[in-house]
Write a protein that binds this ligand. Sequence first.
Ligand SMILES: [Mn+2]
Length: 187
Amino acid sequence: MYAFLPGFEQIDVEPPAGADPELVFFFDSGNLERSGSSVKQIASHATIVNIDHHPSNSRFGDINVIEPEASAVGQMVMEMLDHFDFQITPTIAINLYVALLTDTGGFRHENTTPRALEDAARLARLGADPGHIATQVYKMRSRPHRDAGLQDASRDHLEAQRSGPGDDAHRARRQADMGEGDAPDAA
Ligand SMILES: [Mn+2]
């Protein structure tokens, strides 16, 4: 489902063997346990920057940036890029747009704030194609058979990272909203 994202092929599900990074960023992860034992082991040696929007975040980082008002962590990343004067490339715009789209249930949940829509519009101007992305994200999801292999593992990893106390209800609602036959292109 997310294989269309630019840079997707660079994602490793597990940290590289023997890796001993000094700095680890966590995104959208309410607690350290959710990120897997190997990540936890790496993180025990590293400075942790914890960026999240779940109010229930356990604040496990050395630096915690928690913003419950954000509809998606992608918005927080966007603000950080602006703050540090990084240019938002089309590649970045597409990925951040998907973060916003999926965390708002396709801009249908109550966290679809004016700010979320403004950020989405800006990302569309910067290179994210809303129609194409919605097709990729939601049409692929309703296919009866999942793709095999790495894509599956990576998606499960992404789903696991996204799940949590706050997001479980979210996801259940999203699944109810986005039931089979309720694809966005029907709207
Ligand atoms: Mn989220």
